[in-house]
Write a protein that binds this ligand. Structure first.
Ligand code: NCD
Ligand code: ZN
Length: 347
């Protein structure tokens, strides 16, 4: 097979940043994806529907002329988010979900929730009105090993949460472990996004021939048996697992340093990377559901009306992209991928 035409995909987990960084990256996503769920972890975070509407305007203003790309906005849950904000979000045409970052878990998460009980009335209202909770699923307890933080989060936070709120719609963002896959399969109201790097790599890749800061993201890459569970879930045809790149741009100087930022940038090559992962297990036939159908179905949105075509053709990934005053080093920089998106499909 040399061509693969599929319904235009959507990215259900994306970091676009703001200002010059936004302008530098948004075109990559908008060229291929119809819509993306935009994460709210700006500085300061996107806390209100009014913030989200303004941020959506800035994203639209940064799009290439003629682009029909649609940003789907999220709110950043804090300990002081009022219940009325959920009603405003639900009534808006802008906000699609609320993101829960455990305080201190990842990039720009200082404003996150320390104890989910603080947010109980807000979560109850979300359950009532059917607004999904998007979860960064890691505990921040420093005594828990970094590689165990997702599994411990399920036991300590997520399982009790869904016992208390059994109808809360939940997206387990960037799931990285077999425990997360099992948890999602066990809960019909839950779904998970899966990133290209967690489908393609295990944790040894971070140390291949030396330290690889551009492969460091959170949740961190896990061991091979977890990667296999993720690939199995992604290619199973289950509508509970869908595409979310977690493409998270950071300038080279903030990655290649003594204490580097977490985040892998994959928006430049997202669909070819997923195609590579699906092809590695002979399941290219399941890519369309994962990339283009199941996310829209979960969020109750129409699937995109048009298509994109992947072509089996070597595509050389640049060493870097301009990123304000810095450089952005993309996933697979300087390497050659086996698939690329046909140019006529670009916006
Ligand atoms: C994300 C970022 O840079 O905003 N980083 C990451 O490693 N994934 C934050 C996040 O999604 O955790
Ligand atoms: Zn993210």
């Amino acid at each position: 097979m040399d061509h693969l035409t599929l319904t235009r995909p959507d990215d259900w987990h994306l970091h676009l940043r703001d200002g010059a960084a936004l302008a530098a990256v948004v075109g990559h996503t908008a060229a291929v994806f119809g819509r993306a769920v935009v994460m709210p972890n700006l500085k300061p975070p996107v806390r209100t529907t009014a913030d989200a509407v303004e941020y959506r305007e800035r994203i639209r203003a940064a799009l290439p002329a003629g682009s029909r790309f649609e940003p789907l906005m999220t709110l950043y849950l804090t300990g002081t988010t009022p219940v009325a904000e959920i009603d405003r979000a639900k009534a808006s045409d802008a906000v699609i979900g609320v993101k829960y970052y455990p305080a201190g878990a990842t990039t720009n998460s200082d404003a996150g929730v320390r104890d989910l009980n603080e947010a109980r009335p807000v979560l109850e209202r979300m359950q009532e009105v059917g607004l999904p909770l998007l979860v960064h699923g890691e505990v921040t307890d420093p005594s828990v090993d970094t590689f165990d933080r997702e599994a411990v989060f399920i036991d300590r936070v997520l399982a009790p949460l869904l016992r208390a709120l059994p109808r809360l719609r939940l997206v387990f963002e960037h799931a990285t472990t077999r425990e997360a896959v099992a948890f999602v399969k066990d809960h019909a109201q839950a779904a998970a996004t899966l990133t290209p790097q967690h489908l393609l790599l295990n944790r040894s890749a971070m140390f291949q021939g030396g330290l690889r800061p551009h492969l460091y993201c959170l949740p961190v890459l896990k061991r091979e048996s977890h990667r296999e569970a993720l690939i199995e879930a992604a290619t199973s045809g289950s509508p509970q697992f869908f595409l979310g790149t977690d493409s998270a741009p950071h300038g080279r100087t903030t990655k290649e340093t003594a204490c580097g930022c977490a985040g892998v940038y994959s928006a430049h090559a997202a669909l070819p990377l997923y195609a590579e992962a699906f092809e590695s297990v002979g399941r290219l036939d399941r890519l369309e559901g994962f990339a283009s159908h199941f996310g829209a179905d979960f969020y109750g949105l129409a699937r995109n009306p048009d298509t994109v075509t992947l072509v089996r053709e070597p595509w050389h990934v640049p060493e870097g992209y301009a990123f304000g005053a810095d450089t952005l080093v993309p996933f697979r920089a300087g390497e050659t991928l086996g698939w690329r998106v046909a140019p006529e499909a670009r916006a």
